[in-house]
Design a binder for this molecule. Structure first.
Ligand SMILES: [Fe+2]
Length: 290
């Protein structure tokens, strides 16, 4: 018998959202974006999705297979949509959850990756996986013993309604506490059906994957984004996707999340990472020196 995904609203206490996320490894949060913001965000990314070459080849066959040929995919979203920057990247609920789960393990957390996945008819069940294994070396060094700090908080934001037919994300509640060797069974998957504007938040250790799109004429547009510790290498290179010429026009909070600020762990006995000219790049931008 599959477990269920706990369900809360963005207006609920963040402590309740965090408690559900830590207990189940996944939580659905409704009303993350209101209708006006959602419509604006979709309008801003529409031209970018329409410009995606359906025959585009990604970096290697593994990555190509992971996303699948039926998926339109856009990255570097902070440079393409100001609505994303203001209302998604800096969403107060996401950041409050990260404050609780990630901040104990770093001086600041950062965006790991943010991309739109528009999965069309014929998209297959994605390989089930744990997002945190992009840093596989970390877990070969003894970090796999549970309980242990989480290194990633992820979310899938529905930019249109998600249902079982159009490929809603599938997730296994409780899998964040499984021993590494336990293999997932299809019967354990729970489909994260939700209306546009809702999101599922999950931990980097939770097993999940995009569901198959079995429709003939409906796409499933979702925003996947995740945050990680400020001292880990990110999947997306934000310095190049959001170059400094654009960064100068963005708010400090967004630049901090995009990795422009230094990771200062000196007071914790650690080091100072990401400096430019022995200074915090964010300060240099604000002073007009960068
Ligand atoms: Fe994933």
């Amino acid at each position: 018998m599959a477990e269920t995904i706990p369900r809360l609203r963005s207006s609920d206490p963040v402590s309740d959202i965090v408690a559900a996320l830590e207990e189940s490894g996944v939580v659905r949060v409704d009303e993350m974006l209101d209708a006006e913001v959602l419509a604006r965000f979709n309008a801003e990314i529409n031209p970018h999705l329409e410009a995606v070459d359906p025959g585009r080849r990604l970096m290697n066959p593994v990555i190509q297979g992971f996303f699948g040929d039926a998926t339109r995919h856009i990255t570097g979203v902070a440079a393409k949509s100001r609505t994303f920057v203001d209302h998604v990247l800096c969403h107060s609920v996401l950041l409050a959850v990260c404050d609780t789960i990630l901040l104990p393990s770093c001086a600041r957390y950062q965006l790991n990756i943010a991309h739109v996945l528009d999965r069309g008819p014929g998209a297959l069940q994605q390989l089930l996986h744990r997002d945190e294994l992009v840093w596989v070396h970390l877990f070969q060094q003894g970090w796999q013993s549970a309980p242990r700090p989480e290194v990633q908080v992820a979310s899938i934001l529905a930019l249109e309604d998600f249902d079982a037919e159009n490929g809603a994300t599938r997730v296994i509640p409780g899998s964040h506490r499984w021993p590494r060797e336990r293999q997932p069974q299809l019967a354990e998957l729970v489909t994260a059906e939700m209306p546009a504007g809702s999101a599922v938040l999950y931990l980097g250790s939770t097993i999940h994957g995009g569901g198959p799109n079995t429709t003939t004429n409906r796409r499933r547009r979702g925003m996947h984004q995740s945050y990680t510790l400020g001292w880990l290498r990110t999947e997306e290179n934000h310095y190049l996707t959001t170059p400094v010429e654009l960064a100068r026009s963005l708010p400090r909070e967004a630049l901090d999340l995009l990795g422009y600020s230094a990771h200062d762990a000196l007071m914790s006995g650690g080091g100072y990472l990401g400096a430019v000219d022995t200074a915090d790049p964010l300060d240099l931008i604000e002073q007009g020196r960068l």
